[in-house]
Design a protein around this ligand. Structure first.
Ligand code: AMP
Length: 280
């Protein structure tokens, strides 16, 4: 496994790959790797001859009062896991300058209307920051395929849109949500939870499942949302949002009923924000 910290090193590696006609799959991450991340590497390996994983806690996607400083950074452990998985290259930029040009030259992306709903509503600028870093990483790495998790459903939706416009040849694949035994979706932020909070957090998946079940029985969107919310309220869990939409993130109206749907939400357990969804 090759460990790369500068765009200069990265470039020379990529030139070698190009000469050898290698097909490159790319998995962007912010580190603190778990089975969710590793499942994306399995997909990457099936779709390419070389796999590159980036580990970069992107400052642009964190708001002023969010957890950028505190975000778990566990490089040694991450490298062990990646080596075991058979990852070929790890890009761990030694500073933001390796990713972004000078500040005034950063092309800031605007994530548009669908970047302002759901998670974008209480995290202004979040998806602009995500798209900006992903655009720049695609530009630097020039992969044939990039893989994202459905756990961050709105994120992968917006990235697919951006990629279709700016990197039309790039194939974007998505991987299913990996959960622990209790149903809780794996997330780097789960490490903030105490044992008690973790138990509480497992009601999130139960609530989403209930929402799906009620919708399938009744075709009634508000009833299914209410039933899901009831489960969370009974546990005194704060709900940031809970929505049922088409999987194109549109309202479920007459047209939408025939489309694939998704129930998705964001909750707070203590100070920890968790997101999850079920597509159906
Ligand atoms: P992050 O390190 O949180 O930026 O996540 C990096 C990638 O891993 C993103 O594409 C996430 O959607 C994906 N991911 C995070 N958690 C999970 C999970 N539990 N199952 C599948 N993919 C995940």
């Amino acid at each position: 496994m090759i460990f790369v910290q500068t765009k200069f090193e990265l470039n020379s590696l990529l030139l070698d790959f190009k000469k050898n006609n290698e097909l490159l799959s790319f998995v962007p991450t912010m580190g603190n790797l778990h089975e969710g991340h590793l499942s994306l590497i399995d997909i990457a390996k099936k779709n390419s001859s070389k796999t590159i994983v980036s580990i970069f806690v992107n400052p642009l996607q964190f708001g002023k009062n969010e957890d950028f400083e505190k975000y778990p950074r566990t490089l040694d452990d991450d490298l062990k896991k990646l080596k075991l998985k058979g990852c070929d290259i790890v890009f761990f930029p030694k500073s933001s300058h390796e990713v972004f040009n000078e500040k005034d030259k950063i092309t800031q992306f605007k994530s548009g209307k669908k970047g302002q709903i759901l998670c974008g509503k209480d995290r202004p600028g979040h998806f602009d920051g995500v798209l900006t870093v992903v655009y720049r990483l695609f530009e630097l790495i020039k992969p044939n395929t990039a893989i994202f998790g459905k756990k961050d459903f709105q994120q992968q939706y917006l990235i697919k849109k951006m990629s279709m416009n700016f990197f039309p040849k790039l194939k974007i694949l998505t991987g299913p949500i990996i959960r622990d035994k209790s149903g809780l979706a794996l997330s780097s932020r789960n490490s903030y939870l105490s044992k008690k909070e973790r138990k509480k957090a497992s009601f999130f998946y139960l609530a989403l499942k209930k929402g799906v079940e009620v919708f399938k029985e009744t075709n009634n969107k508000s009833l299914s949302i209410d039933e899901a919310k009831k489960i969370l309220s009974n546990e005194n869990i704060k709900i940031d949002y809970l929505e049922l939409m088409t999987n194109k993130l549109e309202n479920v109206n007459n047209k939408g009923y025939s489309r694939k749907k998704i129930i998705l939400g964001s909750i707070k357990i203590g100070k920890t924000k968790l997101i999850d969804n079920i597509e159906f």
